[in-house]
Design a protein around this ligand. Structure first.
Ligand code: QAP
Ligand code: CO
Length: 167
């Protein structure tokens, strides 16, 4: 089932999401619906709060990428650590349609998380996968990529999205 994606400046995108405690059929269905929704919207990452479920879960799908790690990833209750290096990547977001701006992120990260069954997992990620994980993780804390732009770029984006709103 396809889900509606909340768009900036929806206040629900600004909430801090709650840890997942039940690894049940509802969680599995939500993750499946998120994959379907993201595929239909041509995205590569989607966090549960973007579809109005304020829980700490997100997906990344790099299966259509031509280089680097491919495949579908799911992260529940993630924790990012050991960030090293720097990468600037031109990011977009399904909740901020039509905006693309370069954001500075860590190049290498380690992420500890649970899979949809609740099993603990660890992943070392770099480049696009690391960028996607950091972008999606931010959604769990109510942070959007436009919050991480320099003041000058943020002003440009703000003008584009409408002068009345405060980023
Ligand atoms: C986050 O972003 C991301 O404006 C996922 O018109 C971004 O899937 C991770 C999208 C960059 C890593 C690198 C945005 C689709 C999709 C748009 C997305 C649009 C159509 C963004
Ligand atoms: Co996003």
């Amino acid at each position: 089932m396809r889900l509606d994606i909340l768009e900036y400046p929806d206040k629900r995108l600004r909430k801090v999401s709650e840890a997942v405690t039940r690894f049940d059929a509802d969680l599995a269905k939500l993750l499946d619906d998120m994959h379907e929704t993201m595929l239909a919207s041509h995205g590569i990452g989607l966090a549960a709060p973007q579809v109005d479920r304020p829980i700490r879960a997100f997906i990344v799908d790099l299966s259509l990428q031509e280089e680097g790690p491919r495949g579908r990833y799911e992260f529940v209750n993630p924790r990012i650590s050991e960030g090293t290096g720097k990468i600037a990547f031109d990011e977009g977001c399904l909740s901020v349609p039509g905006v693309g701006e370069s954001v500075n992120r860590k190049k290498h990260i380690r992420v500890d998380y649970q899979d949809r069954t609740g099993k603990a997992q660890v992943l070392q990620a770099e480049d696009l996968l690391a960028v996607a994980i950091q972008h999606e993780y931010d959604h769990l804390d109510g942070i959007l990529f436009v919050d991480r732009l320099s003041a000058i770029k943020r002003a440009l984006v703000k003008r584009k999205l409408g002068r009345q709103v405060t980023l």
